[in-house]
Design a protein. Structure first.
Lengths: 174, 228
């Protein structure tokens, strides 16, 4: 995820302090990985340097000065371009799992067991996400569904590979 | 004797159709309140395993114990009676009786068990409310959507207060959203009533509603260790 673009997008609704930005980010997107303050401030200085945000005001307090950031026209254009650009689908070729299966076959180990163990691990993670979905709001459900569909795709690959292990073994050993 | 806490137990189950082994070894135990997914590719023996566990077919060798009962030595009439009183079933296409209304379908197992019509239908409506389909009680299965029909089938499986629910690809004919809702409702209701669920599925997202999985490949059923 592009943190810069996400923070810029959050600024479109109005100027915010770095702390408010972090809070808004965590609330919407940071379920698993909340932002560090350091990330917010380093990102904002980069955006400032590129003219995508500007300092809208500075409040002096007991601690360090609190800057309030506003998005610039160039920033709005940048967010629009980012949103309009499709993400490159990751083909995951030569994945670790594929490598493990081939290595297991090459070294005479039990590749079917490797796939079974992996399925159990995937399902363990999927159960956790399903449980989180049960108690979660719509945002939680959508985030979990995205992860669940990806894990499911992995599992379909695992099943297909398990069904073709004999042929794969023949292919890699010749 | 069945070990304490176990509800359903399979020991060295084998079943062949002609020269082809459909089930070539199954050993596991299912406990009350557990949701167990039976997974594996098409033709691996999942449905044969479910039918043996539910006492619908008799294995060629091995035993299925349900509580104190040995299903493999029990005669057909007693097995049928036990299935009606203690087991609930959900199939891929609901298998509702088209001539009956939805509430009559849900009430059917209760009526077969001897309950009076009014009491059976009142209890059925409670389950239909829980499954969010009380409003279609007077409709016939042909007049409701696939998702609603499947919820009716789940309500029918639960209405008789079964100790074990056997679900064979219960979401196979539904879209993702309806399938997930049916699974959430089925597993919640089963947990609340401490019923076990034996869930045959090839879909990982459906299996993710289970507590653990049994994997069947080439007729061999393996109990996997990973529980939440």
């Amino acid at each position: 995820m592009s943190i810069g673009h996400t923070l810029l997008g959050l600024l479109e609704s109005g100027p915010r302090h770095g702390y408010d930005l972090k809070r808004a980010f965590d609330e919407h997107f940071g379920h698993d990985r909340p932002l560090h303050y350091g990330q917010v401030y380093s990102t904002m200085s980069r955006l400032l340097k590129h003219g995508l945000v500007e300092v809208d005001g500075v409040e002096a307090g007991a601690g360090p000065e609190r800057k309030r950031y506003a998005i610039t026209d160039a920033g709005v254009t940048d967010v629009a371009q980012w949103l309009a650009r499709p993400e490159k689908p990751e083909p995951y070729l030569q994945s670790t799992l594929y490598t493990k299966v081939v290595l297991a076959l090459l070294t005479g180990r039990n590749a079917a067991e490797l796939l079974d163990t992996q399925r159990t691990e995937h399902l363990r993670l999927m159960r956790g996400l399903t449980e989180r979905k049960r108690g979660g709001d719509l945002a939680d459900q959508l985030i979990c569904d995205h992860a669940l569909f990806h894990l499911e795709a992995d599992l379909r690959w695992l099943e297909l590979t398990a069904a073709r292990l004999d042929r794969l073994a023949e292919a890699v050993r010749t | 004797m069945t070990p304490p806490g176990s509800l359903l137990e399979a020991r060295t189950l084998h079943k062949s159709y002609g020269p082809t082994p459909a089930l070539d070894g199954a050993d596991f135990t299912i406990h009350p309140g557990e949701v167990v997914a039976v997974m594996g590719p098409s033709g691996s023996g999942k449905s044969t395993l479910l039918h043996c566990l539910a006492g619908i077919i008799r294995p060629d060798s091995g035993t299925v114990r349900y509580g104190e009962h040995n299903l493999t030595t029990m005669n057909d009439a007693r097995r049928s009676a036990l299935r009606r009183s203690d087991f609930g079933f959900v199939f891929q296409f609901g298998q509702l009786v088209p001539e009956l209304t939805c509430v009559e379908n849900v009430a059917l197992p209760l009526r077969l068990a001897g309950a009076k019509r009014a009491a059976a239908e009142a209890r059925s409506l409670e389950w239909m409310e829980r499954l969010e389909v009380a409003e279609i009680g007077a409709k016939r299965p042909g007049e409701v959507s696939g998702g609603q029909g499947q919820r009716i089938a789940v309500a029918r499986a639960l209405a008789g207060a079964p100790r074990v629910i056997f679900a064979d690809e219960p979401t196979g004919a539904l879209d993702s959203l309806n399938g997930e809702r049916v699974m959430a409702l089925l597993t919640e209701a089963a947990r609340d009533t401490n019923a076990a669920v034996v869930l045959v599925t090839h879909e990982a997202r459906v299996a993710a509603y289970s507590d653990r999985e049994i994997v069947v490949r080439d007729g061999v059923a393996r109990e996997m260790a990973g529980t939440v």
